[in-house]
Design a protein around this ligand. Structure first.
Ligand SMILES: Cc1cc2nc3c(=O)[nH]c(=O)nc-3n(C[C@H](O)[C@H](O)[C@H](O)COP(=O)(O)OP(=O)(O)OC[C@H]3O[C@@H](n4cnc5c(N)ncnc54)[C@H](O)[C@@H]3O)c2cc1C
Length: 371
């Protein structure tokens, strides 16, 4: 790693530690989905760490995807509250940059990078999760704009986001993968209603979102009308190819290591060591994907493979901790009990969100045989 990246890593680590030491957050498992703190996101924006790969004239810093990886690794390692800006920084900003008109880019990217605009992800519907091409939300033309009607589900942070990315059907065709279009929708627009869904952990990040004849200006279409399927497929590489698919339980792994050292427990340290060896290989995959993104690629197969293997690793961290932690998991217990409880409660979602493991294996297999 270059000295410049080392310096960036140190700076991110120091910021996270400063906020932790000041009691502004407690390191948590799955904090990239559950740790929502607009003030922390604003601080990252102030330092230029949101949209860091985007061109300077669009609010970015024209840095590499490996620089972004350094930032995300450190924030996840710290279990810091990054959910507010995560989706916009990770995938909607890049989607707008890749496919959006210059007008759309100028309207949204600087405000995302400034931490002012946040996105939720309106892909899944009651009958369209793994089978995303089954989306029924419809968009029909209305003058220069569109009217969107439909229902999205499992929309994380829809109650907090300023805007939504919405995949909608703009044409009924024989071929389900055609006639889909990507939109930006203002969450304050007339006709948008958001209802909470409380998850297994008793937390509210999921929502059901109903769009009832919501007007969207024509300039808020991302890319080409009817070409949404091809576009969203490359977006999924950004969604699946990052270290958050590996490090959701990292704070628990680090706590296990500290505890094993403190107790001088050779058996525990050997079990943690085996996990750390796997982590090294997974980090290498993350770096390869970031390099591919730096070459302008959307590495769909590698991202699917990383997410599959990374979430297996996250689960194995939890299972190892179940064996090693003597006290029962407890959200109000000591650090190990608390992190273990968080990992157990969040765990079932790891292999479902962003594409279930079965679907990821299908993608890897199909890409391998060139279908
Ligand atoms: C924590 C969390 C956060 C989420 N956040 C969001 C969000 O912000 N926005 C959003 O749009 N969605 C979100 N989702 C939804 C998520 O993307 C979907 O749940 C996921 O794509 C699976 O879809 P489904 O729930 O409809 O399950 P289904 O598609 O009904 O799948 C059910 C089971 O069948 C299997 N299966 C389905 N099809 C196949 C196949 N072809 N071959 C083999 N097996 C198959 C699946 O692997 C799974 O085990 C979130 C989910 C979770 C858990």
């Amino acid at each position: 790693m270059t000295a410049e990246l080392e310096r960036l890593r140190r700076q991110v680590r120091e910021l996270a530690e400063e906020w932790r030491a000041a009691g502004r957050y407690r390191p948590a498992c799955d904090a990239w989905l559950r740790g929502h703190d607009p003030q922390f996101s604003a601080e990252l924006a102030r330092r230029g760490w949101i949209g860091i790969t985007w061109p300077r004239e669009l609010g970015g810093a024209a840095r590499s995807h490996t620089a972004r990886l350094v930032i995300t690794e450190e924030l996840l390692r710290a279990g810091a509250p990054v959910a507010a800006h995560w989706i916009a920084d990770r995938q909607i900003g890049p989607a707008i940059l890749r496919y959006g008109t210059p007008e759309l880019q100028r309207e949204f990217l600087p405000r995302i990078a400034a931490g002012e605009v946040t996105f939720c992800l309106g892909m899944s519907e009651p009958e369209a999760g793994s089978d995303l091409a089954a989306v029924r939300t419809r968009a029909v033309r209305d003058g220069d704009g569109w009217r969107i009607s439909g229902r999205k589900i499992w929309t994380s942070h829809a109650h907090r986001a300023t805007h939504a990315y919405v995949l909608a059907r703009t044409e009924q065709t024989e071929r389900r993968h055609q006639g889909l279009t990507e939109f930006v929708v203002d969450m304050r627009a007339e006709g948008v209603s958001v209802s909470p869904i409380v998850d297994l952990a008793g937390e509210h990040h999921f929502n059901e979102v109903v769009f009832d004849d919501v007007y969207v200006p024509g300039r808020w279409v991302i890319g080409t009308v009817g070409d949404g399927w091809r576009q969203v497929t490359s977006q999924l590489a950004y969604e699946r190819g990052g270290p958050e698919r590996v490090l959701s339980t990292y704070p628990l792994l680090a706590a296990l290591l500290r505890d094993g050292r403190r107790r001088r427990d050779e058996g525990a340290l050997a079990a943690v060591g085996r996990l750390v060896a796997r982590l090294a290989a997974l980090r290498r995959m993350c770096w390869d994907i970031a390099h591919a993104m730096d070459r302008g690629q959307a590495p769909v197969r590698q991202a699917a493979a990383l997410k599959y293997l990374g979430t297996e690793f996250e689960r194995d961290v939890t299972e190892t901790a179940r064996d090693l932690v003597a006290a029962p998991p407890d959200l109000h217990g000591d650090e190990l009990q608390r992190l273990l409880a968080q990992a157990i409660l969040a765990g079932p979602g790891f292999t479902i969100r962003g594409g279930s493991s079965e679907v990821l294996l299908s993608i890897v297999a199909k890409e391998e045989v060139g279908r």
